[in-house]
Ligand binder design. Structure first.
Ligand code: 4AD
Ligand code: MG
Length: 457
């Protein structure tokens, strides 16, 4: 269909005075004695286009004025009566798709909770338009960031036989019938599609390391799957994961990269989505833009895990879980550190080895590993990061301690046999990043069709 997108109309002053056709969905309709006003959205811009209809000159189907109706409007683009925008003086309205009264998006501001029950329609609201613009801009910026710095973009397998995080949170991939007969677990998997147990990858890291020890600098950007039964505002069963892996990088090097990347992404979103960010600042998180500007203009904090435990023990806060050396930090601890103590993003470093994954570099103290989590106010962990253990014997002993099957990791171990180098990487949860920059508090509201335990709409 020949038409002009609203984003183009609003940004190109040369179109003023021309005749054009605009297609979109009716967002509001106001009627007065001689004229009526339609607000039209086509999703290409946050701002909608005002259409002015002179009732004595333009006859149109009443269905065109219903909320949610799809219409094509032809008319002359003129300077807006008020302000310095543009509006369309309609000469013809054509109904493309009618929208009956039961259309669920009626009020201007419906709750996010209600909108979660209509994931196929909620994208037509201002909030979701803004969220997905930011998400799209951030995704493009991720690729730009790494591409500009010479990283190879690699695609790691989604179906895998190895559980990278070793936490047993893999979804199984199978074609075996529900009542497949087998006398043992081994036989059951032998008869399955891949002749062994397979699942959806929780992380592309292990294959990312393979690529980084050939190409030096790589990143992945794809979905990861976690079968953890966490029913929280920051967990999904399917999320998007950005995982760079860098050869010849030690922990301080990768920390520098992570901070630089986060700032680059924030800058991109603020520059490319000014209207959306103002909207979030007004309606989602007061002071959001100041918060992000502060982040851009300051260094992230770095704090040893042991120091963090000391701080938490002395804290005058009512924690549900005790902070104890050797235990993992709970979300409440993470939030306290980043929100109350540092008041900005903080890298917590050198965690006890028993609470972290097998692949992390063992520190000289024999107790901790060269790992770091990046914690941010409002969310807690958004990045999991570490230097990888490059020493064959140490890696093997960490795997044995965890009772892992070394045969399944033969290729991974080979990387430590053939030209092993120090290397490091991290995983950024993309949805958590989008929450952070938009102020949206529930991860289910930054994902088209969120999946979590018991829910697959
Ligand atoms: O800390 P995680 O589990 O680390 C890894 O998977 C490493 N292999 C990454 C690496 O070093 N290449 O996950 C990394 C990040 C978390 O910090 C979090 O932001 C996100 O992935 N994440 C989730 N996001 C949404 N829902 C979930 N269930 C998530 N689990 C992890
Ligand atoms: Mg983690």
């Amino acid at each position: 269909m020949k038409h002009t997108e609203i984003a183009k109309i609003l940004s190109d002053r040369k179109l003023i005075g021309t005749e054009t056709t605009v297609c979109g969905w009716v967002r509001t309709f106001r009627d007065s004695a001689s004229v009526c006003f339609l607000e039209l959205a086509d999703g290409t811009s946050f701002t909608k286009l005002q259409v002015v209809i002179d009732k004595s000159a333009v006859k149109f189907d009443g269905e065109c004025s219903r909320l949610g109706a799809a219409v094509a409007v032809t008319g002359e683009l003129v300077k807006a009566y008020k302000g310095d925008g543009v509006e369309l003086n309609a000469t013809e309205l054509r109904l493309l798709g009618k929208c009956p009264l039961e259309y669920p998006i009626q009020k201007k501001r419906t709750t996010l909770e209600f909108l979660r029950s209509i994931p196929h329609l909620r994208l037509r609201t201002n909030t979701f338009n803004a969220v997905f613009k930011v998400r799209s801009v951030a995704a493009q910026a991720v690729h730009r960031y790494f591409h500009e710095r010479g990283y190879y973009y690699v695609n790691t397998p989604i179906i895998t036989a190895s559980d990278c995080e070793g936490a047993g949170e893999m979804f199984r991939v199978t074609t075996a019938s529900w009542n497949a007969k087998a006398s043992s677990e081994e036989e059951y998997f032998k008869n399955d599609f891949f002749s062994q147990r397979a699942g959806l990858s929780v992380s592309g890291q292990l294959e990312g390391e393979v690529a980084a020890t050939a190409f030096s600098k790589i990143y992945t950007f794809g979905p990861s799957f976690r079968a953890e039964k966490s029913n929280t505002t920051r967990h999904l069963s399917e999320f998007w994961h950005i995982e760079p892996e860098v050869a010849f990088a030690e922990l301080p090097d990768i920390i520098e990269i992570a901070e630089d990347m986060i700032k680059y992404l924030i800058r991109a979103v603020m520059e490319e989505c000014p209207e959306e960010m103002t909207f979030f600042d007004n309606f989602m998180e007061k002071g959001l833009k100041d918060k992000l500007n502060h982040v851009l203009n300051s260094d992230f904090a770095v704090c040893e895990y042991s120091e963090a435990i000391d701080i938490l023990k002395k804290a005058k806060a009512d924690f549900k879980f005790l902070a104890e050396w050797g235990a993992d930090l709970q979300t409440e601890h993470e939030k306290y550190l980043t929100e109350q103590v540092f008041k900005k993003p903080v890298f917590v470093t050198n965690y006890p080895k028993q609470i972290k994954s097998f692949y992390m570099k063992q520190n000289a103290d024999g107790k901790t590993v060269a790992a770091t989590d990046l914690l941010v106010p409002g969310i807690g962990e958004i990045i999991g990061c570490s230097e990888r253990e490059a020493d064959y014997d140490k890696l093997v002993s960490a795997m044995k301690e965890r009772g892992m099957n070394l045969d399944s990791y033969a290729q991974y171990l080979d990387l430590r046999r053939f030209g092993s180098v120090p290397h490091s990487g991290f995983g950024l949860g993309f949805e958590r990043f989008v929450m952070y920059v938009t102020g949206v508090e529930n991860i289910r509201d930054v994902t088209l069709f969120p999946r979590w335990v018991g829910n697959i709409m």
